[in-house]
Design a protein around this ligand. Structure first.
Ligand SMILES: Nc1ncnc2c1ncn2[C@@H]1O[C@H](COP(=O)(O)OP(=O)(O)O)[C@@H](O)[C@H]1O
Ligand SMILES: CC(=O)N[C@@H](CCC(=O)OP(=O)(O)O)C(=O)O
Length: 296
């Protein structure tokens, strides 16, 4: 992928080609697609540019992409730089007050604004939001069950997503870019896993699809063997995998997010390889699709 911004006319030309070549794009027009942006697709500059170009293109052809981004890796780097040691319990970062502040600085102040700037540079119109903006993501403290419960500090769980604000931006031609920070009833911030937020946003929007970009081909029966990719799962199978042994760590909140979205009426959720160039377009505009699809 060569660098530099694409001009408006070039984007429109490409959009025209897509509309002619792929008539079913029309069936997606006006529908929301929640895209969790993370992993290599976010940290590798060339891949980043490719994903952002595709996002802008989707908007141009009439779809409504909504971005929820991660950035946990970047937050860990900053913590270490400042002499803090990241600690996770079941994939969730133990978040004391200082870590919470840093999470806001890194995820909202830095990662979010970088994505917004890049989308705008590529010809789109992005608006960056955290859950605090317009009470977008109302959250409460997450309790860990069990007798060995650990206090995760400011880790939150989503109580409500203000879908109206997102619809407002979508209708006016903006691409909402959301960081996974929630706000409590007293205005206190909460750190929430970005996959979880993506699932909740898709559910609240009744999106047409939830797409989670990650660093592996999809869900594997054996995580060490890419040949064991599972192409399709139903909700029951997804639930079963979460409670079993095949799916671990970061894949657990992804599958849970898919289940949440499907239960709310989102027809399909996909976990796809963000390292693959144009993964989004391949998923949306080819019959085969890629990665793992979770259906109701
Ligand atoms: N069954 C599985 N199939 C695929 N990946 C799995 C599985 N179980 C655990 N994983 C792990 O989940 C990781 C993806 O989650 P995560 O690292 O949080 O991704 P991201 O940074 O994209 O949010 C994979 O890199 C893999 O190590
Ligand atoms: C509670 C919790 O763990 N929050 C995550 C939020 C960011 C995130 O989820 O980023 P990725 O999708 O890149 O992992 C964290 O602090 O890392």
């Amino acid at each position: 992928m060569s660098g530099g911004p694409l001009g408006q006319s070039e984007l429109e030309r490409r959009a025209g080609v897509l509309i002619e070549a792929l008539p079913y794009i029309r069936s997606f027009a006006g529908k929301s697609f929640v895209i969790k942006y993370g992993g290599s697709a976010m940290s590798d500059p060339a891949l980043q540019q490719a994903v952002i170009t595709d996002l802008v293109l989707l908007k141009y052809v009439g779809l409504h992409p909504v971005v929820v981004h991660g950035g946990g890796g970047r937050l860990s780097q900053w913590m270490r730089r400042l002499g803090m040691e990241p600690r996770f319990v079941e994939g969730l970062r133990v978040t004391d007050a200082e870590t919470m502040q840093l999470a806001q600085m890194v995820l909202v102040g830095s990662v979010n604004q970088e994505i917004v700037a890049l989308i705008n540079r590529m010809g789109g119109r992005a608006v960056g939001l955290s859950g605090t903006d317009g009470n977008l993501i109302v959250a409460r403290k997450r309790q860990t069950p069990g007798k060995e419960a650990v206090d995760l500090g400011f880790v939150g769980e989503v109580e409500k997503v203000n879908a109206g604000l997102i619809h407002l931006l979508e209708r006016d031609g903006y691409i909402p870019v959301i960081s996974s920070i929630g706000v409590g009833l007293s205005g206190e911030p909460y750190n929430i896993n970005a996959d979880t937020v993506a699932g909740e946003v898709a559910a609240a929007l009744k999106a047409d699809k939830l797409i989670l970009l990650t660093d592996v081909r999809g869900v594997m029966e054996d995580p060490a063997d890419p040949g064991t990719l599972i192409s399709t799962l139903d909700v029951e199978q997804a639930r079963h995998l979460v409670t079993g042994h095949a799916v671990k760590e970061g894949m657990i909140p992804k599958l849970e997010a898919c289940v949440k979205a499907l239960e709310a009426g989102v027809p399909r959720a996909h976990i796809i390889d963000g390292r693959r160039e144009h993964a989004l377009l391949l998923e949306l505009f080819t019959d085969r699709g890629i990665g793992t699809m979770v259906v109701g």
